[in-house]
Design a protein around this ligand. Structure first.
Ligand code: ZN
Length: 221
């Protein structure tokens, strides 16, 4: 009940913010644009090369940008300031980068689920908003139920603790296996730091003999 009321209030604040910030740049709030980003904030986005930046268990990890400048601010606005519209330029960044990746497969999108209380506190799962937009652009469908989060994990800032912290956090939903048959799993996340989350998910998928996987993140630190 408390969470429902809180989400209701957040939605009102959200609508109010959209009204004030309508036609203002999402990153710098200047009024010099009809788009979601002004020219200089859009120009600030530097794309990384379209080669895998890391490989875990033979799975390539691609990152579109570095976690800085406009991209960092957009992720913050979406995650912490309830600016849901920030999901649109973030999906566009992913899409622009994804088009240049050489691997072309019959994909299905999955994403690291957040523990249900975390999404409930925020009122939405920020990654799902991004992926919904990305799916519209690419026409690739999403599977929300393949990966389940079964353990609450505190945010960890020290890389060496991340792997232990995330261990045993995810579970593959076997009922979904028939829905991903012959598909390549495209795991999408916002930021990769140590890569511990992606690594753990890849490990879980491989244990179920799911081997066609690639990972795509908006940014890397
Ligand atoms: Zn701007």
């Amino acid at each position: 009940m408390f969470l429902e009321l809180k989400n209701f209030l957040i939605n009102i604040i959200q609508a109010f913010l959209d009204l004030i910030y309508n036609q203002k740049c999402l990153v710098c709030s200047c009024a010099k644009t009809d788009e979601l980003l002004c020219k200089s904030c859009a120009k600030d986005i530097q794309y990384l090369s379209s080669f895998a930046h890391r490989i875990f268990y033979n799975v390539p990890i691609y990152s579109a940008t570095l976690y800085q400048g406009s991209v960092k601010k957009l992720i913050h606005k979406l995650k912490f300031n309830h600016r849901k519209k920030a999901s649109i330029p973030l999906a566009e960044i992913l899409f622009k980068y994804f088009k240049n990746i050489k691997e072309k497969n019959d994909y299905i999108i999955v994403f690291p689920p957040s523990y249900f209380l975390k999404s409930a506190q925020r009122g939405y799962n920020h990654m799902f908003l991004i992926i919904k937009e990305f799916s519209k652009l690419t026409k690739i469908s999403i599977n929300k139920n393949l990966i389940k989060k079964i353990k609450y994990t505190k945010p960890q800032y020290k890389a060496k603790n991340r792997h232990n912290n995330i261990k045993g956090s995810f579970k593959i939903n076997e009922k979904e296996l028939k829905n991903i048959k012959n598909k390549t799993i495209l795991i999408i996340d916002d930021i990769t730091t140590s890569g511990a989350t992606l690594e753990e998910i890849i490990k879980c998928l491989k244990e179920k003999n799911i081997n066609n996987i690639i990972c795509l993140t908006i940014s890397k630190t």
